[in-house]
Design a protein. Structure first.
Length: 218
């Protein structure tokens, strides 16, 4: 009676044995949000510097090859994105004529939060001149803003933008937001260091929160 032997496929024994480039590609294919170099280094058991160099090498490789996707550093992490020049093809396939848009009121509210965060709903409403509760709920549901504690003086909930906001805006961080100065009135026309002094985006409009006719894609 002969002794049977079982053969198992040869392969890497640990994550550290995997080829770094392919391992990074495999992980980044399934991420839901940009992955930081620190996180990738921990997962793949490699030094952060080695991870950073490999990511940049991959990004350069895709550019040289003229691939339809690119590897970008966005919102503090790395993720695959389709290249802008192929946006029309992607939109036709994914959107199929249906575009998720934010109303003008939502865009204005999001802008106030982005530039004045952390900020409460009442302060946002003071800037816009209309109640923004409904719009804030929409922004929360979209994952563009999130709760960030409470205001010590009043106990009001404070809101900030999210990493998803940075990702959709194509920003690495809030410091890349454009300067507001060119869009503000003369300094003597506003109150220094107060939200109330910042004009509404459209002070003559009735109630922008109830007007869904003007929409912008985000």
């Amino acid at each position: 009676m002969s002794e049977e032997t079982t053969h198992t496929p040869a392969g890497p024994r640990t994550v550290a044995d995997l080829g770094l480039g392919p391992a990074l590609e495999a992980v980044l294919m399934v991420v839901d949000e940009p992955a930081t170099e620190e996180h990738l280094a921990r997962i793949l058991e490699r030094p952060k510097r080695q991870i950073a160099d490999a990511l940049r090498a991959l990004a350069d490789e895709y550019t040289v090859q003229g691939r339809g996707f690119e590897l970008r550093l966005i919102a503090g992490g790395w993720r695959f994105y389709s290249r802008p020049e192929y946006a029309s093809a992607v939109e036709r396939f994914v959107l199929d004529g249906q575009q998720a848009r934010l109303t003008q009121a939502a865009l204005e509210t999001l802008a106030v939060v982005a530039y004045r965060q952390p900020v409460s709903r009442s302060r946002v409403s003071a800037v816009r001149g209309v109640n923004c509760d409904g719009v804030m709920r929409t922004l929360l549901q979209r994952g563009l803003v999130e709760e960030a504690g409470t205001e010590p003086e009043t106990g009001a909930i404070l809101y900030t933008t999210t990493n998803y906001f940075l990702e959709r805006m194509g920003l690495r961080g809030l410091d890349e937001l454009p300067e507001l100065a060119p869009f503000l009135p003369e300094a003597d026309a506003i109150e220094a260091e107060t939200l109330e002094g910042v004009p509404s985006f459209d002070p003559d409009a009735p109630d922008a929160d109830a007007d869904d006719t003007t929409t912008t894609e985000l």
